[in-house]
Ligand binder design. Structure first.
Ligand code: GRF
Length: 207
């Protein structure tokens, strides 16, 4: 049962470095922030993100896909760990696996992802490199709800633009996009926690 004043319980799925996780952990330690990270789950044992969680005093779990019969069994194990901790919102943050309907239906409207482009441009891997290859002048970051089907689809919650500079490499562009990611993700979680997001078809209305 939730009581007025309770903070939203958030679970974060990670695979690697965890800089977006860190942004969420930092936000949740600020007074008045309406969400708290209660568990971090990685599909990779050596993910630096796990250390970030432990340092912040947050439970860190590893779920190795090799220990499960198939994708669905793995996804259902994630659902069960998250439900056991009464997670109200799941954030994927550099989580390198595609989640099946077994997962997305369990957390429909309660799971978000962050992606380093202005979706629907450049979904999938290496979004920054794709932006450079296409010669776009502006790219950015997107937070969206998870949807079934293709990766990096689903109703868009927040976006921020980042200009491409002459001389940008994938690394320099990625670094500038990350600054925006670290601002956007905690903001999207805050809006969700405050009940200010309504999904209407493909659109998310922010009140
Ligand atoms: C970020 O650029 C995120 O948008 C993408 O993967 C990267 C993860 O970085 N999905 P980190 O692990 O949060 O540092």
């Amino acid at each position: 049962m939730t009581r007025p004043g309770d903070r939203l319980r958030v679970g974060v799925l990670v695979s690697g470095r965890g800089s977006n996780l860190q942004a969420l952990l930092d936000a949740s330690s600020r007074p008045g922030y309406p969400a708290e990270i209660v568990v971090v789950i990685s599909d990779r044992e050596r993910a630096a993100a796990l250390d970030r969680a432990r340092t912040a005093g947050v439970e860190a779990l590893v779920a190795n896909p090799k220990d499960f019969a198939d994708r669905e069994a793995f996804d259902l194990a994630l659902v069960s760990e998250l439900n056991a901790r009464r997670v109200g919102l799941v954030c994927t943050a550099g989580f390198m696996r595609i989640l099946s309907a077994a997962f997305t239906s369990a957390f429909a409207g309660r799971a978000m992802n962050i992606h380093p482009s202005l979706l629907p441009a450049f979904p999938g891997l290496h979004a920054q490199r794709q932006a450079l290859e296409h010669g776009v002048k502006v790219t950015g970051a997107t937070v969206h709800f998870l949807a079934d089907g293709a990766v990096d689809t689903g109703p868009i919650i927040l976006q921020a633009s980042v200009p491409v500079e002459s001389g940008d490499t994938g690394e320099t562009l990625a670094a500038r996009i990350l600054v925006e990611e670290h601002r956007l993700y905690p903001e999207a979680v805050r809006l969700f926690a405050e009940g200010r997001l309504t999904v209407a078809g493909r659109r998310v209305i922010v009140r």
